[in-house]
Design a protein around this ligand. Structure first.
Ligand code: PGA
Length: 264
C-alpha cells in the first residue's frame, strides 16, 4: 500500500473579487487541516492571483490559475502566458476543465498543448477529463477518457509526471444543472483512468494523483473520497466559502482515511 497526500481544492470559476479571494484564503489559513499530508489548493480568477500566494503560504495552500495560453508571449490579445503565472508565484494551472472544453471550444489538441506548456514552465498541471451526457448515453464514457488522456498526455517526459494531477469530472455532473454521479460509476471510471495512465507511463504513472469532481458536497463527499484510486476531491459550489471548504474537506478526508488511503 502506498500512502500519499489527500488533495482538496476548489475552482472558483467566475466568482469572487480579489478582496473576496484574499479573505477566503485568509479563512483557510486560519483553519487546521485534518492531517499534515492534506494538500489544499484554490483556483480563483486571474484578477485574484497577484499577491495571493503570499497570503496562502502560511497554510501551505497552493494557488492555481484557471487558464492560460500555451506560449510564452506574442500577439494573443486577452491571453495570459505560463511565465506570467510563474512570475506571480502561482503553483498550479487548471487545464481541460469541462467549461473550457464545452463553452470555449477547447479541443483535445489544445488541451494537450497546454499540459505540455504548463509542465515545461515548471508549473503543476491539474488536467480535467470527463465525458458528456451524450457520450455517456452512447456508451462512450471509457472511450472518451481513453482518447482525452492519450492526447493530453502525449509526449510528457517522465521527469514531469510528479507535477501532474488528473481530475475525473463527468461533464453531466458539473455545476448547478449537474447530477451527482453514482459512486460505483465513478469507481469504474477512475479504474479505467488509472489503467490508461499506467498503460501510458508504466510504473511511473502510479505517482499521478487522481481527484474526483462534479457536484461534490458535504453529504456525498465521503462516498467519492473512499473510492479506491481516488486521491482527492475537486469541488466547486460546495467549497466557495471557507467554512464550506473546511467542512467538505474534513468529511471527505475522514472517509478517505477510513478507507486507508490509496492502494494498488
Ligand atoms: P461543482 O463544480 O462542484 O459546482 O459541480 C465542479 C467543477 O466544475 O470542477
Amino acid at each position: 500500500m502506498t500512502q500519499r497526500p489527500f488533495y482538496f481544492g476548489s475552482n472558483f470559476k467566475m466568482h469572487q473579487t480579489a478582496a473576496e479571494s484574499q479573505a477566503f484564503v485568509e479563512g483557510l489559513v486560519g483553519q487546521v487541516p485534518p492531517a499534515p499530508d492534506v494538500q489544499r489548493f484554490v483556483i480563483p480568477p486571474f484578477t485574484s492571483l497577484p499577491g495571493l500566494p503570499d497570503v496562502a503560504r502560511p497554510g501551505c495552500i497552493w494557488v492555481g490559475a484557471q487558464n492560460f495560453y500555451p506560449v510564452s508571449e506574442g500577439p494573443f490579445t486577452g491571453e495570459i502566458s505560463p511565465p506570467m503565472l510563474t512570475a506571480l508565484g502561482i503553483h498550479l494551472v487548471l487545464v481541460g476543465h469541462a467549461e473550457r472544453r464545452t463553452l470555449f471550444g477547447e479541443t483535445d489538441e489544445l488541451v494537450g498543448r497546454k499540459v505540455r506548456a504548463g509542465l515545461d514552465a515548471g508549473l503543476r498541471v491539474l488536467l480535467c477529463v470527463g465525458e458528456t451526457a451524450a457520450e455517456k448515453a452512447a456508451g462512450q464514457g471509457v472511450a472518451v477518457l481513453t482518447r482525452q488522456l492519450g492526447i493530453a498526455l502525449d509526449g510528457i517526459e517522465p521527469e514531469a509526471l510528479g507535477r501532474l494531477l488528473v481530475a475525473y469530472e463527468p461533464v453531466w455532473s458539473i455545476g448547478a444543472r449537474g447530477t451527482p454521479a453514482p459512486v460505483d460509476y465513478v469507481a469504474q471510471a477512475v479504474a479505467s483512468i488509472r489503467s490508461r495512465i499506467n498503460g501510458l507511463f508504466d510504473d511511473a504513472g502510479r505517482q499521478i494523483p487522481v481527484l474526483y469532481g462534479g457536484s461534490v458536497n458535504l453529504s456525498n463527499c465521503g462516498g467519492y473520497a473512499a473510492i479506491d484510486g481516488v486521491d482527492g476531491l475537486f469541488v466547486g459550489r460546495a467549497a466557495w466559502t471557507a467554512d464550506g471548504y473546511g467542512a467538505v474537506l474534513q468529511a471527505g478526508f475522514a472517509a478517505h482515511r477510513m478507507r486507508g488511503g490509496w492502494s494498488s
